[in-house]
Design a protein around this ligand. Sequence first.
Ligand code: AHM
Ligand code: MG
Length: 333
Amino acid sequence: MGKGQTLHAHLLDASSNGTIDDGLLTLILDLVRVSCTISDEVNRAGLADILGVTGERNVHGEEVKKLDMRANDLLIDAMRESGSVCGMASEENEDAIDASAKGESSEYVLFFDPLDGSSNIDVNVSIGTIFSIYRRKSERGTSATPEDYLQRGTEQVAAGYFVYGSSTMLVYTAGNGVHGFTLDPSKREYFLSHASIRTPSRGRVFSCNEGNTNTWCSGTQKYVASLKASDTAGKPYSGRYVGSFVADFHRNLLKGGIFLYPSQDQGPGKPRKGKLRLMYEGNPMAMVVEQAGGRASDGARRIMDIVPGEIHERVALIIGSSDDVEEYLGFVK
Ligand code: AHM
Ligand code: MG
């Protein structure tokens, strides 16, 4: 697998050596096609009259930008048309989304965050599309059932993300390492640019919203304070946080580091809560980071071991270089 290989050639190799089957190949190619359109539209967002706020709120009560909805529609329509999934769930839709009749014979269930980091759309900061793919548990021939959706992250057959940054990239894993491809927009073709990505076992960067410090547990507060102390070798760490999970994660994956969105105090008598979503953000990035040699935890559990109770479940997420995550866990034990 050499640098410069096209994504198509890479996927055909993966299909002929049995890493991915035909159904998964078709599904990944569908995602790739949609990503080219989303990438075009993201790049034209400042020009086209598709930028701005619709005024609607998504199921999490957040403001929905037009481009998120556009990306969401593009993904849903493409999957329904190709029939490559038997069901899907989007961060933007309250309920799981039925596939077309054509998709009922598919083995795959797809989760996606159509445009992660949407608060950054209108300020020209990198955003991305995250996806996670499971094999159905139910018999083929019907739409996906709840047991098909509520699987642990360890059951993912593939996961990854597209990041719309200075270049558009796809980073994915099908359990065979992590591979990064960069889009040549003039050819609408991705080329292998980052073969078999391994994340450094320790970084020198931490990424979190420090505005939330007072809502964190004391272990997390002490951990982040320790990263800033200059009395230990290798410290202080640099803080890097743009508020697009895909972008913060991608930088740390390549350079090493730790991303934290810890659980937050919700007020007296209320359980602490994370912000990010297990199925759309936690699990797919946990699969990618583990395949690259890193680690992902909610502070107590391996992210991919969590049994989901519902498709929009939120989770605390500590993810990145393995030694850094290990050190964090020592503070919150
Ligand atoms: P979203 O844009 O899909 O809703 O994702 C949530 C975003 C993540 O990309 C990012 O890591 C986080 O929310 C930033 O949150 P905050 O602004 O609270 O720091
Ligand atoms: Mg998101």
